[in-house]
Structures are given as C-alpha cells and as structure tokens.
Design a protein. Sequence first.
Length: 269
Amino acid sequence: MACRGWKWLLLLGRQNSLGKVWRSRRGGPSLCWKRRCHWSAGKSLDPEVRAFLEENTEVTNSGHLTPEIRLRLLTPRCRFWREKPDLWPYGDPFWAIYWPGGQALSRYILDNPRVVKGRSVLDLGSGCGATAIAAVMSGASQVLANDIDPIAGMAMILNCELNQLNPFPITIKNIINSEAGNWDLIVLGDMFYDEQLADGLHHWLQKCIRIHQTEVLIGDPGRHQFLSHSIRNQLHKVIEYSLPESTRQENYGLTSSIVWSYQPSKSLD
C-alpha cells in the first residue's frame, strides 16, 4: 500500500465508520473535571503500546503550522505508511495525522494566548492533542482533551512528554449528546466529515452555548460536509491560514484552513 493509500482511507472511506462510532457511543451525564480523567500520567500507559507507538511513529515539528509543538505522527518515513492499513493493530490511527483544522486552531491559540489564558478549555475530538497542548502552552487554567480512541489518549500523553508538559486530563468517552459541560471554551477541528455527526455536534454545541455561554471555535479547511451544513450560516470567520506545502499534498488540494467562531441565533434550541 503506497502512502497515498493511508491518507485516502483516512480522508474518505474510513471516516464514515468513525462517524458511526462517535454517534453510537453516547455519553452519560457530565462529570466533574477530576472524574472525567481516563489518562493523566505516563505511568498509566501500557508498556507494550508505548513501545509500539514510539517505534512506529516519527517525532516531528515540521511540515505543519505549529513548529513550536513536537508530535508523534505517521509520516512517509514510518513503516505503516507503506504497510497495508489492516496490519495496524489498534484501529485506524486518525490521531496520527495532524489535520488542517487542528493546525489552524493550534496556530491561532499560540498567536493569541488571550483566547485561552485563565480559562477552562475542552478540546473535542483531540486526536494527537496538538490544540490541547497549544492551550496549555498559552496559559489555559484547565484543559480537557476528548477523543473516543483510547490509543489517541496514550499518544497525547507521549506528545505532552515531548513538549515538557504535565499530561492534561483526557477522556475517551463520547460526550456529544451528554449533559452540556461548563467550559469557557470548546475547540474542535476536522469533526464535520459525517452529516449525522455534524448534526449531533450542531445541537450539542448549541446547548453548551445556551446553558453556559460557552465560546466555540471550529477549525476546518473547507470540506464539503462542513461548508454544506446548516451550521455554516452561524459561523464568523476569525482567520485563515495558508497550509504548508506538505500538508497540501497530503490533503488532496486543500490549500488553506480557517478558524471559525460559532455564534448560533439565541432563538435556536
């Protein structure tokens, strides 16, 4: 399988299955910050999984919008970039790609630390954890990273270590459609790849804003599923970034990524 095979499957066909997983794993009532934490320290990592991730990812801070952040990613120099995807033993490694929407959010937070400083932040669909890391670096008072893949949680801890940060709380529950959490800011990147998932996100984010006046920032490079969704009419463009050449090549023609502020009408439920 050529490198294009990995990216093609992750970008297109297999995202449909991941969307179904997000929709099926409905979360229960919102818990306090401490009880949400599934992964919080390096000692929690399974040594075998840690060794596998360290062997089969590359530490890099190049080719993306945030050279300040070092990450373990799946790159063309990694064995599994060339292997058949089904040989990866832990499910599709969506977390091992630094997606364009997450890059834009992370860049924006690093350049504008006032957005998160002293605030509680939820990074929804955190993946490699870059945006959560950017929030910690920029002075957020509390950061919770959320991803339904437990391996993503482990990878985030490794990425915290790479950046000399204490691991932030990480939950692997699907909290979409759960009780609205009381966060100052919710950030999410590259989550609008499935129509039903987008609908669920739309309504849950509305609820968080209505109940807690939560601010919401969304990162997306202009995927069709995002631009064609009704949420698009309730977004304010904050900033647009030109993507590095390597990110453009890996994302099949996408040239830029945008940070949007979600501002739904107060009349909506």
